[in-house]
Design a protein around this ligand. Structure first.
Ligand code: NDP
Ligand code: PYR
Ligand code: MG
Length: 658
């Protein structure tokens, strides 16, 4: 294995010797221009794929021999290539002939190979297909003649046409299916459309529609969008990982489907969630689509309705638990590290809390792992609270927090608030926690219940008499901030919101539960019942609300603001572990992106329209923290991390092919 310094790898990794994946690993054009005597790979007859295997060590040696001149050569090479418009250069990195941005990857794959798909195969390769946007020259060069009608159109026109078509669908699930179809047909068009129309299509590929898609996944399933690893694959998980066509994976989102949004156990059909989250990694965070791998672990389901559904696509058995479950997960975690190395980010998503906390603590010291529901949600909510303070005045420790729901989201947020409070005031963590109260399905969590509490609830069992109902808790505790993390829809009833409004001039009410049906209250309810005084945000989006002649725009408190930027920051710094301070850094980076204009409209989050800029800022702060903590492996540290983050981001614009 040959390794390069960052300066070298920013060029070399992209030009193939470092192996940017089996299919797009090397542009011969780049190689020739970089002074390497590589044989030009010829394209086969129509529809064939030419694969050329080489020994990377030999080529690596040649590049090493270039020594210090490599970077300079790379820079001038990039410039030359740019002029011809054949490949795009960004930030000193080079994208290969198919335009895959490999700037963040420096792993070596030996032996590497070059594969060129042409003709019919090219049209069916979603990462490279451009449909009618293939130019006449490209059609000649890539054996596409006759496979396409004569018209040549721009990507912009394709976006316009696709938008027109998508808007014809009035049923959200049909829009979802059309979007998935587009993703599977032409990824760049899918991402361009999603990025340019993020507020319109986020609710389609993500919450709320993705929830319905998971519920009906068996019926709408057509093609695999990720890997299914079930108990049947026990002992063979490494082989299963190797069946995935992309080799150079940077982020895995994995679920076992037991707590999909607030919809409960959807078993194998939870796959819609990793697929959706990873679409956001690319669209919002700029991680290459080919570097993203959605995985669903299927250990059965306890959902009787699914078990009896003839279209169910998962194992027809009750969930495996205990040692059997732990062994499968351990085999998975081990295989991932073995196959992709230790810098692949594994995001745990929508596991039930009885596994989520244990998995996170078991693997956080050996793998680059992150639980989105516990940690990403905490980071996004803390950001919202930091910016709400600008509307409210005062400091974090002057607030009293009440949660409905004491699971992953609730206790995860509570802990990060306490941590931030403790850092801000030097208050011991134990003391900071006393400002935070949680209610679960049995009522207020108090010390007299301590023995029977799950471990993650114990820090929140304060001295107090038990109280059963939320309204009584609100009247007793008098919170300034009320947070819904229960998964139980419409539990912030009129009397609860009215009580919050009678206690506070500007009550902060966050109804985090997803999808929309599970939101603790609607935006309209929050504004109406508080006479327009609530500072409100919800996990799933709500339309603007008109109340007494004024229009209120609800914010979206969703971890989608955090995980794409956090992930990018981890990847670009080569972080080896996730640290709480990175979550705090992400929170403050997000809070700083809220503008005066946003505040004037009552918003505590910036609009999603600016999300790529927001993600670059989050990534930069997370990466800076990784360097500061000595957890970053990609050295030296780039000087301007925001610019570097932007330069690493995937662009969905079509590339010109030779
Ligand atoms: N907006 C966002 O970014 C995110 C939103 N979420 C949403 O948060 C919700 C909860 O997720 P998560 O924390 O992982 O789930 P958990 O299952 O871990 O926790 C749910 C908690 O809510 C409590 N609860 C359930 N029903 C009621 C009720 N009727 N009254 C009072 N408490 C109740 C449970 O009580 P008990 O412990 O007694 O069973 C439990 O403490 C989901 O809807 C999810 O979609 C999650 C992550 C991110
Ligand atoms: C948003 C999210 O992660 C959830 O609802 O589970
Ligand atoms: Mg989740």
């Amino acid at each position: 294995m040959t390794t390069f310094s960052l300066n070298q790898s920013s060029f070399l990794s992209c030009s193939g010797v470092s192996g940017c994946g089996k299919r797009r690993s090397f542009s011969n054009l780049d190689a020739r221009r970089a002074g390497l005597a590589l044989k030009v790979v010829s394209v086969s007859t129509t529809g064939r794929v030419v694969t050329e295997e080489r020994n990377a060590v030999v080529e690596s040696k040649k590049l090493k021999e270039m020594g210090e001149n490599a970077t300079a050569a790379a820079a001038s090479t990039s410039e030359a290539i740019k002029k011809e418009g054949e490949v795009l250069t960004v930030g000193g990195g080079v994208r290969d002939v198919y335009g895959e941005d490999c700037a963040t990857e420096d792993q070596l794959v030996t032996p590497w190979s070059v594969t060129v798909a042409s003709g019919y195969s090219l049209l069916r390769d979603p990462l490279h297909n451009k449909g009618l946007a293939f130019t006449d020259k490209e059609r000649d060069a890539h054996y596409l003649r006759g496979l396409l009608p004569p018209a040549v159109v721009t990507q912009e026109l394709q976006v316009k046409k696709t938008l027109n078509n998508l808007r014809q669908y009035k049923v959200p699930l049909q829009r979802y299916m059309a979007m998935m179809d587009l993703q599977e047909t032409n990824a760049r068009l899918f991402y361009k459309l999603l990025i340019e129309n993020v507020e319109e299509f986020l609710p389609v590929v993500y919450t709320p529609t993705v929830g319905e898609a998971c519920q009906k996944y068996g019926s709408i399933f057509t093609r695999p969008q990720g890997l299914f690893i079930s108990l049947k694959e026990r002992g063979k998980i490494l082989e299963v990982l190797r069946n995935w066509p992309e080799k150079n994976i940077q982020v895995i989102v994995v679920t076992d489907g037991e707590r999909i949004l607030g919809l409960g156990d959807l078993g194998c059909q939870g796959m819609g969630i990793p697929v959706g989250k990873l679409s956001l990694y690319t669209a919002l965070g700029g991680v290459r689509p080919s570097a993203c791998l959605p995985i669903t672990i299927d250990v059965g389901t306890n959902n009787e309705q699914l078990l009896n559904d003839e279209f169910y696509i998962g194992l027809r058995q009750k969930r495996a638990t205990g040692q059997e479950y732990a062994d499968l997960l351990h085999e998975f975690m081990t295989a991932v590290k073995q196959n992709y190395g230790e810098k692949v980010l594994i995001q745990f998503e929508d596991f039930a809390n009885h596994n989520a906390f244990d998995l996170l603590s078991k693997y956080s010291s050996t793998h680059l792992v992150f639980n989105d529901d516990i940690q990403g949600t905490a980071s996004v909510v803390l950001a919202g609270l930091l910016s709400a303070l600008k509307l409210l005045g005062g400091s974090l420790d002057e607030q009293t927090f009440l949660f409905l729901g004491a699971g992953e989201a609730g206790t995860g947020i509570a802990e990060l608030i306490a941590l931030e409070m403790s850092k801000q005031t030097n208050l011991p963590l134990e003391e900071a926690r006393k400002k935070i109260w949680l209610v679960d399905s049995k009522g207020l969590i108090v010390s007299s219940r301590k023995e029977s509490l799950q471990h993650f609830k114990k820090p929140w069992a304060h001295e107090h008499e038990p109280i059963r109902n939320l309204i009584d808790v609100v009247q007793d505790i008098k919170p300034t901030v009320l947070i819904g993390s229960s998964g139980a829809g419409r539990t912030f009833t009129q009397d609860v919101v009215e009580a919050m409004a009678s206690i506070n001039e500007r009550p902060v009410i966050l109804a985090l539960s997803n999808p929309t049906s599970q939101s603790e209250c609607t935006a309209e309810q929050a504004y109406t019942w508080s006479q327009g005084r609530a500072i409100f945000a919800s996990g799933s989006p709500f339309d603007p609300v008109k109340y007494e002649g004024k229009t209120f725009i609800p914010g979206q408190a969703n971890n989608a603001y955090i995980f794409p930027g956090l992930g990018l920051g981890l990847i670009m710094s080569g972080a080896i572990r996730v640290h709480d301070d990175m979550l705090l850094a992400a929170s403050s980076a997000l809070a700083e992106q809220v503008t005066q204009e946003n505040f004037e409209r009552g918003l505590i989050y910036p609009p999603f329209t600016n999300i790529r800029k927001i993600s670059a800022n989050i990534a930069a702060r997370v990466a800076a923290k990784a360097y500061e903590l000595g957890l970053a492996s990609r050295l030296p540290q780039p000087q301007d991390l925001v610019k570097y983050a932007e330069s690493c981001m995937y662009s969905p614009v079509y590339r010109n092919y030779r």
